[in-house]
Design a binder for this molecule. Structure first.
Ligand code: G1P
Length: 289
């Protein structure tokens, strides 16, 4: 069996309630962060971690995602005719090779656990990554690459975590560690959206996972949890009875693009670090202050 992490599941079907009306006609993960859609950065991160196949779990009205990752003959030939090679390269940079992406309809918004379960046939019997594309991570090496290295090191299941801002832990999945020493620690529990004051730690699940395929039969029979949704966290807690889980406190910065202020922060941060336009962006932003 291939133990290499080759495939990633990207649940993108959410309505984007916190970024409406921007996400009304544009899938939320197609909103721009400076000069590219959010998904462009996430795919780049996945590729840097060795991912060869991306499985998008989509909802109705999200055809723009498939179109973005397909050839665009009109745009490409117009750019070619005008000799605009630099823009053409940018337009083509995210394109997969044919067959490297799959799109699965979730059909009903039953929760993250249900979304991941929808990928079961495409993943098959090998370890795989889950990337929550709302969470944009600026890191070197890439956040998922850090998780894959941890998986190479200790095997089993890896959950990327980070400290939650004061008073916000109840909004997330929270992990419980056996003991905290360095960045990679064996877990002893996890809970999805604990009631305020009951959090077992302040380390929240920040949106990158490496999981074993044994999660799928557990997801299949997973009942509703927090918020009345089928929760990935609950099925992982179940799997932890049979397999080790490690939490990796990754090195980098996370931007929650599912939220208006988080999306704004990401826009400013990625504009400032842009290789050719960063200096102009800095001047433009300082001019506003
Ligand atoms: C999901 C996960 C949660 C995680 C969070 C990160 O929750 O269930 O464990 O901490 O993403 O954004 P959601 O944001 O979908 O409520």
């Amino acid at each position: 069996m291939d133990r290499r992490v080759r495939k990633a599941v990207l649940p993108v079907a959410g309505l984007g309630t916190r970024v409406l009306p921007g996400a009304k006609t544009t899938p939320k993960n197609m909103l721009n962060v400076f000069d590219r859609p959010i998904l462009s950065y996430v795919i780049e991160e996945g590729r840097a971690a060795g991912i060869e196949h991306f499985v998008f779990i989509v909802g109705r009205g999200q055809g723009a995602i498939e179109d973005y990752f397909d050839a665009s003959p009109e745009i490409e030939s117009a750019l070619e005719a005008k000799g605009k090679a630099d823009i053409l390269a940018e337009v083509r940079r995210d394109l997969p090779k044919p067959g490297q992406m799959s799109f699965v309809r979730q059909m009903a918004p039953l929760g993250l656990g249900h979304a991941v379960w929808c990928a079961r046939d495409i993943i098959g019997d090998e370890p795989f990554a889950v990337m929550l594309p709302d969470m944009l991570m600026a890191a070197e090496p890439a956040a998922l690459a850090q998780a894959v290295s941890a998986h190479d090191q200790v095997g089993g299941n890896i959950i990327v975590v980070e400290p939650a801002p004061e008073g916000e832990a109840h909004k997330y999945g929270i992990v419980d560690l056996e003991r905290q020493e360095g960045r990679l620690n064996r877990m002893r529990g996890m809970v999805e959206k604990p009631a305020p004051g009951t959090e077992p730690s302040n380390l929240f699940i920040s949106g990158r996972y490496v999981l074993q395929p044994d999660i799928f039969p557990l997801l299949e029979k997973q009942g509703k949890g927090a918020g009345g949704e089928i929760q990935l966290t609950d099925a992982m807690a179940e799997l932890m009875k049979a397999q080790p889980f490690h939490a990796l406190e990754y090195e980098g910065v996370t931007y929650d693009c599912g939220d208006k202020i988080g999306l704004l922060r990401a826009n400013v941060a990625f504009a400032l670090r842009h290789p050719s336009l960063g200096a102009d962006a800095r001047a433009a932003i300082s001019g506003l202050l």
